[in-house]
Design a protein around this ligand. Structure first.
Ligand code: NAD
Length: 525
């Protein structure tokens, strides 16, 4: 069913809908390129103050924002469900709970994680020099985010950027602008100074204007197609970008796995958020000998899922986000059938509801030549293929353009870890699935077309600072032997240095002392 518009919208407005009902929720302002530029300029101006605001004060504000979320969590979970279609249960479990943990972690730990670091510079250290790294904030961080986790994805990045001393301009998805605006409202209530966090709403054009406004860093989460456009446009101003893009994540189930657990994980991993998670199980490979038993468990558990509007507390699987997204799922399912795969349950739009619902669908007889095993489906499908041995499992899992996450299921942990390290993906879990974006302490990001750079963890924090090297020489009473005044003697010193000093060995370097002293005398004449 198509979205219902009650009144024509104004030129500088767009509409947000409830995908479960198709009903309009609100009219939202579209920020023009000039307004976006003004937001970035205001952000840069206030950065001069925010960058020197003590960690304790940044932390206090983040912890206050955290308290506000706790106070308002029922309203927030409902808003996420209404605007995005996910079950209200997942509004709590997948958005509020993990981001609250991330907030307390970075509020408490950022100062320590960014503590200046002394660098061991070897023999130069014996010559009166020291090196340390200090981590400087970057300036204005632009966060461009998707609709599928409209609260936890942008909010986690906002918190990390602010704690690192940056100011932020956030462009939420045009499909979930109210959740984006809610993030700004929370920080305003928490006492964050004006303009330190601004939210600019609008579609891809507003996002493009934000890139063109040359912020100091862009944290982008979204599709491969948009990621490539952003990287290209950002290159014009040499703005560094982190790209968190799509996935086609495999789950490998070995015969020695706990099949009860693995089948429940497969069903949750494939159908949570209606399959609209970048790290959803999009391809499942099961060892031939247990394939029949495992598939039977998966089908039984899928058929027990309750699909309904997300606002009902017992809904397991909600609606999809848009008609376009649902059509991709229909296309892939059709292609599976035409290519000889079999649908064991689901396979159709769920017309019991007004909005964009697709039945949780289990497919067998899939193989890697099929479209639904190669392109991101981003919907509630679980295609199952079989493998004979470990080597084949690894090769099938790696046969993809993506590399976001993967999971390996086995009773033998050392085998699990061995296989995990052979898979080209940013995160590989053993006997776990999907959820590690929810562990803010660990890095998140992909290999191959799933993007580059990292969010979360120390690695993600490092994306939000510029390491600055401070080098000090305390032996100012002697010149450096490599300074001007080159001579035969200088060349001899450099040759000796190449043989001794450059070995890094103190013992060998003792041999260079006579040549070195001759060179110093020459320079100090
Ligand atoms: P999208 O690429 O359509 O949009 C993402 C954001 O980019 C939106 O805010 C959009 O308005 C903006 N945008 C669009 N065109 C732009 C342009 N030219 N310049 C600047 N901004 C522009 O993605 P989506 O449909 O919102 O999200 C779904 C995709 O996100 C899926 O592919 C999914 O796998 C991926 N995703 C990845 C991760 C991850 O962590 N790797 C997490 C969630 C979602």
């Amino acid at each position: 069913m198509s979205a219902v518009l009650e009144f024509p919208i104004k030129k500088d407005e767009f509409t947000t809908f409830n995908p479960a009902t198709g009903k309009e929720i609100a009219r939202i302002k579209t920020f023009s390129p000039a307004e976006v530029l003004a937001a970035v300029e205001a952000s840069r101006a206030v950065w001069q103050v925010w960058r020197i605001t003590p960690f304790a004060e940044r932390s206090r504000i983040v912890m206050r924002a955290r308290e506000i979320i706790l106070e308002e969590m029922d309203e927030i979970a409902r808003l996420i469900s209404d605007e995005m279609g996910k079950p209200v249960a997942e509004g709590y479990s997948a958005e509020i709970v993990p981001v609250l943990d991330l907030m307390q972690y970075f509020a408490r730990k950022t100062e320590k994680l960014l503590k200046p670091r002394k660098v061991d510079i070897g023999l130069l250290g014996l010559m009166g020099r020291t090196s340390k790294i200090v981590y400087q904030p970057l300036g204005v961080v632009a966060i461009i985010s998707p609709w599928n986790f409209p609260f936890s994805i942008p909010l986690g990045e906002v918190v990390m950027a602010l704690m690192a001393g940056n100011t932020v301009v956030l462009k939420p998805s045009e499909l979930t602008p109210l959740v984006g605006k809610k993030i700004a409202e929370i920080f305003e209530k928490a006492g964050l100074p004006k303009d330190v966090l601004q939210v600019v709403t609008g579609d891809g054009r507003t996002g493009a204007a934000l890139v063109d406004a040359a912020p100091d860093k862009i944290m982008f989460t979204g599709s491969v197609e948009t990621g490539k456009k952003i990287a290209e446009n950002a290159a014009k101003s040499l703005t560094p970008v982190v790209l968190e893009l799509g996935g086609k994540d495999p789950m490998i189930v070995f015969a020695d796995a706990d099949l009860e657990k693995a089948s429940s994980a497969a069903v949750w991993g494939a159908f949570t958020n209606s399959g609209q998670a970048c790290s959803s199980v999009e391809r499942l490979y099961v060892e031939q000998t247990v394939a029949a038993k495992f598939t039977e468990l998966v089908v039984k558990k899928t058929q027990a899922l309750r699909q309904s509007v997300g606002s009902e507390e017992t809904t397991d699987v909600g609606s999809m986000i848009t008609e376009d997204q649902l059509k991709i799922v229909e296309d892939h399912v059709r292609d599976f059938l035409l290519s000889g795969a079999e649908i064991l349950t689901g396979g159709e739009r769920n017309s019991k509801f007004e909005g964009t619902f697709f039945e949780p669908t289990v497919i067998t007889g899939a193989d890697n030549s099929m479209r639904g095993m190669r392109e991101e489906t981003f919907g509630p499908t679980l295609p199952i293929a079989v493998f004979e041995d470990e080597k084949e499992a690894v090769s099938l899992a790696n046969d993809t353009d993506f590399g976001l996450t993967a999971s390996v299921w086995t009773g033998d942990i050392s085998k699990g870890k061995r296989v995990a390290e052979k898979i080209r993906a940013g995160t590989v879990t053993v006997n776990e699935v999907l959820y590690t974006h929810g562990i803010g302490q660990t890095p998140w990001g992909g290999f191959k077309n799933s993007g580059y750079g990292r969010t979360h963890g120390l690695e993600g924090l490092m994306e939000l600072v510029a390491p600055q090297h401070i080098h000090v020489n305390r032996f100012t009473f002697v010149p450096d032997v490599w300074w001007f005044g080159y001579s035969k003697n200088a060349i001899e010193t450099f040759r000796t240095m190449a043989r001794t000093f450059s070995s890094g060995s103190v013992l060998k370097s003792i041999k260079m002392i006579p040549t070195f002293l001759r060179r110093l005398r020459e320079l100090m004449k």
